[in-house]
Ligand binder design. Structure first.
Ligand code: RP5
Length: 153
């Protein structure tokens, strides 16, 4: 079964993350949620990222402000990392977005929209569907349901 690590830079990010984990639940993907900070707990973050491949298929990392967490994690692992910029500052999350998306070449982080928690989970499903075919069927059903909802409103 697929397993994801959902890492947040602070407990204050957790309300946004709920929308991500709701989708992971819907897709029957197991996950651990961890609070780690690139700046406040740098050694714990390094330890987690170096060992992550033993336990997880993919990492979703969410952070706000100077959001270095996804990039730092990506630099220590070959697992795919999805970065979720959190709108937690006076700059409305633009700071988080740029900190996550503007990675130097060589260490990519797949970045979703500011507070785009649902798409972080869905992108994870798309990536993992290459290894776990049941996710492809679930994604097809999800899109069908979404289209029906749009047309019926
Ligand atoms: C970032 O700083 C966190 O990811 C959070 O979005 C933001 C504010 O953190 P707190 O001061 O609320 O702990 O590192």
């Amino acid at each position: 079964m697929p397993k994801i690590a959902v890492v947040v830079g602070s407990k204050s990010d957790l309300p946004v993350i709920e929308r991500c984990t709701d989708i992971l639940d819907e897709f029957e993907i197991s996950y651990d949620v961890k609070v780690l900070s690139a700046h406040r707990t740098p050694f714990k973050t390094q330890e987690f990222a170096v060992e992550a491949e033993k336990y997880y298929d993919l990492i979703i990392a969410a952070a706000g402000k100077a959001a270095h967490l996804p990039g730092v994690i990506a630099s220590y692992t070959l697992l795919p990392v999805i970065g979720l910029p959190i709108k937690s500052s006076t700059l409305d999350g633009l700071d988080s977005l740029l900190s996550i998306v503007q990675m130097p070449k060589g260490i990519p982080v797949a970045t979703v929209a500011i507070d785009g928690a649902e798409n972080a989970a869905l992108l994870a499903c798309h990536i993992l569907s290459l290894k776990y075919p049941y996710l492809r069927e679930k994604l097809a059903n999800y899109r069908e349901k979404m289209a029906e909802e749009v047309l019926n409103n």
